[in-house]
Design a protein around this ligand. Structure first.
Ligand SMILES: Cc1ncc(COP(=O)(O)O)c(C=O)c1O
Length: 376
């Protein structure tokens, strides 16, 4: 196998025994990427579990993920509860009574209230005043028209609603510990610096309404899978200014998990039609939805690599398209370039698949779920 690999599968025995299609996760790679980003930021780093809710991987990384985890569902709360004594930030516009009750019953939870309806809902709960809360601001509350309407989303509240929320929560003696803003995935290069700079004004406004200092602000992040070191150095300086006032958090998903996961599928057959050659595998869009790039405008396929069963193989120059086992026309998940010629039984490997591997539209065709393995 050639190519840049976070997980060098050649180091491990038993590749042939893996049940395909499958993901192989490396706690070592995930921990290395978590530490690298945290160090570059110079702030605590919250882990977005939605990016990889694999419990075995979490357990292996929990000793490093000590700054906190960000959760958006009761399923994610169940995953984190009792597995690590760590702050659990619960943040979802779909917060309901059940999730509030679960948060109240669990230790070290902070509910980041998304809107005024959630404030009212929380206050109907008996022990609300014992619950740590924060407020989630919409990114445009900080950025205003500097954020295009196309980039804006439905998460969090505007500043006016945050001020009303503070009034309601103060009256009910619920302490507001902090605020959270997330401008969206891969938004860092565009909005990171502006959010950091504009945070000062919003913090002043909210602290005046609270008549108390905030403990923290979570600036979100929106870091790319491969963030830029030079850009980060400039950003870190600005963050330093904010850190003089309060604790600053960031959170990340794809930048932590992407490199630490590899997708493997077995070759079922190789066929040519209309001058294109396809490598048909036992897994594809149904197990690795994002690889099919159905939501991308420019469908730049990921590189795929052939892991041969034996060493005697001919090579070819050109491109083979890797397709999966569904009957969807969109089931093209990668491209093999200038490689050895694959045959049935070989394994196709696609690197950098560790984030959002659970993201899937449907359970179409009842195809089997991918197996998951941890290497260490
Ligand atoms: C509130 C919040 N924080 C963090 C993330 C993680 O985003 P990414 O994986 O792009 O870092 C998400 C992703 O949807 C999110 O909704």
């Amino acid at each position: 196998v050639s190519g840049k690999q976070a997980i060098d599968l050649g180091r491990y025995d038993g590749l042939k025994d893996l049940e395909t299609p499958c993901y192989v996760f490396s706690p070592e790679a995930v921990i290395a990427d978590y530490k690298r980003l945290r160090e570059a930021l110079g702030t605590p780093l919250i882990v977005s579990l939605k990016a990889n809710p694999n419990v075995d991987l979490y357990v292996r990384c929990a000793h490093v993920f000590t700054d906190g985890v960000e959760l958006a569902s009761i399923g994610e709360l169940n995953l984190a509860v009792a597995r690590a004594a760590v702050t659990k930030f619960i943040s979802t516009p779909a917060l309901d009574s059940t999730l509030i009750s679960a948060a109240l019953a669990s230790r070290q939870t902070i509910i980041m209230l998304d809107n005024l309806a959630q404030v009212h809902l929380l206050l109907t709960h008996g022990k609300a005043s014992s619950q740590k809360v924060g407020l989630r601001l919409n990114a445009r509350a900080l950025l205003g028209n500097a954020m295009s309407v196309a980039h804006s989303d439905h998460f969090g509240m505007c500043t006016d609603d945050a001020l009303i929320a503070i009034k309601l929560l103060r009256k009910a003696e619920v302490a507001v510990a902090g605020v959270h803003v997330f401008a969206g995935s891969r938004s860092f290069s565009k909005y990171g610096l502006a959010i950091c700079e504009r945070a000062h004004g919003v913090i002043e406004q909210l602290e005046a309404a609270l008549d108390a200092p905030l403990d923290f602000i979570n600036l979100g992040g929106g870091f790319e899978e491969q963030w830029n070191q030079a850009e980060m150095a400039v950003y870190r300086e600005r963050v330093g200014e904010l850190q003089k006032r309060l604790t600053v958090f960031h959170e990340a998903g794809r930048a932590i998990f992407q490199r630490g996961g590899t997708f493997l599928a077995k070759v079922i057959s190789v066929k040519s039609v209309n001058d294109r050659t396809f490598v048909v595998c036992d897994g594809g869009i149904a197990q690795a939805f994002l690889l099919a790039k159905t939501e991308a405008i420019l469908k730049r396929r990921k590189d795929a690599w052939v892991v041969p069963q034996d060493s005697m193989r001919e090579t070819f120059k050109g491109v083979l398209e890797v397709v999966g086992n569904s009957c969807s026309q969109s089931d093209v998940i990668g491209e093999i370039r200038d490689s050895i010629i694959p045959v049935p039984g070989d394994i196709v490997q696609i690197n950098d698949c560790g984030a959002y591997h659970t993201y899937s539209p449907t359970g179409f065709l009842n195809l089997r779920a991918p197996s998951k393995y941890i290497v260490s």
